[in-house]
Write a new protein. Sequence first.
Length: 401
Amino acid sequence: MDRRDFLTRTTFAAAAAAASSLQKSSHAATIGLQPAPSSSWAKRTLVYEQKISENARVQSFTSPAEPLSGSAWRIWMSTSGANHPEFNVGYLEGTPGEELKVQWAVLSTGAPADAPLSLGGLPSGWHPKQGVHLRLKDGRHRLYFWAHGEGIVRYLAADSEDGRRYTIVNALSPCIYHPADRTVDGTEAVKAGFSRMAKRKAKVAAGESLAPAALITNDATNVYQLPDGSFELYTAALMEVGKDDPRYMPHDNIPGRIRVIDRFTSEDGLRWENRKRVIQADAQDHTDLQHYYLAVTHTEKGRIGMLGHYRLQAQTMDIEWCHSEDGVQWHRPARTSWLPRSEPHTLPDSYGVYAPHNLVQHNGRWHLFYTGTNDAHNHKDSHGPYRRAIFHTSIDSPWQV
């Protein structure tokens, strides 16, 4: 039995039962930690705002920020919107509050171009979004991203020796798949919990295989390399509920699907297994709460999580603080917004805030480069004309001291 056959036969009922048990228990050391007060955040700075088109805007969602010399940073970003041909990954360089250098990736189907940032081996019509850059322990650079195209929604990896020219290494055998990818068929979709997709017919290209159920998930994905060289991946998975379920929200953009957080592990960061449900709304939460993403910061006190706190009735997005010793058992002491949103009709982070890849400890403070928006998640309301921007703020400590 090969890896994919094994993963395909994974029982999601067992995973859900394990997750339910995990939600009810935490280590004593984890329970003792509390988030720093929301009032501790420094005044925010609007770092960058760009309108690519009427719908497409920039975002730092899931992407890291890396300190350079002095007060300068490299802030990874991507574009997103209604049209995938407008998607790309890139970065900003400079000092927040000043004019920044903008660098977008040069995309090619063949070898990567000789450019400050290029991505080669990308099939024609595919476009990258939600980039995660890692400096691997062996010295190489790796860029993860969601690739979008006609019938394509899959999570890929690209490697680089110089941090400039990246080559995709798994276009036809991706890390994970979105349910909308062309390789997802009805049988595997049902195994993954998508009963409404039972009649779906896959369209598999040469060199591809059907997406196995255990690798079918949603987007909003973060990857981290661990001290032993292995990897962990957190992604927003989906559960189906019927119209008679109180969690069914018809005004959501995917009504009848509940977002939860799953974790995978991998030895090489390319082949993923050991899927576990690690965070799911429970009886202590509001009925309309879903978890949109999990961004993780590894510290000497364990993992700090920035959890996407999505209230479907109001269509607002916030960052909720959580903590874990092992990445599996997560403690959620606050269950509310950690970073306050701006007042309506002021800055463009009044409706939603989306976390980047992680917090960054630098020059005695913890820095956060997040994405803010002034419109509802379903785009049916906004505080003025639609805006989205990248912001910077910082805090002395992420813990209560």
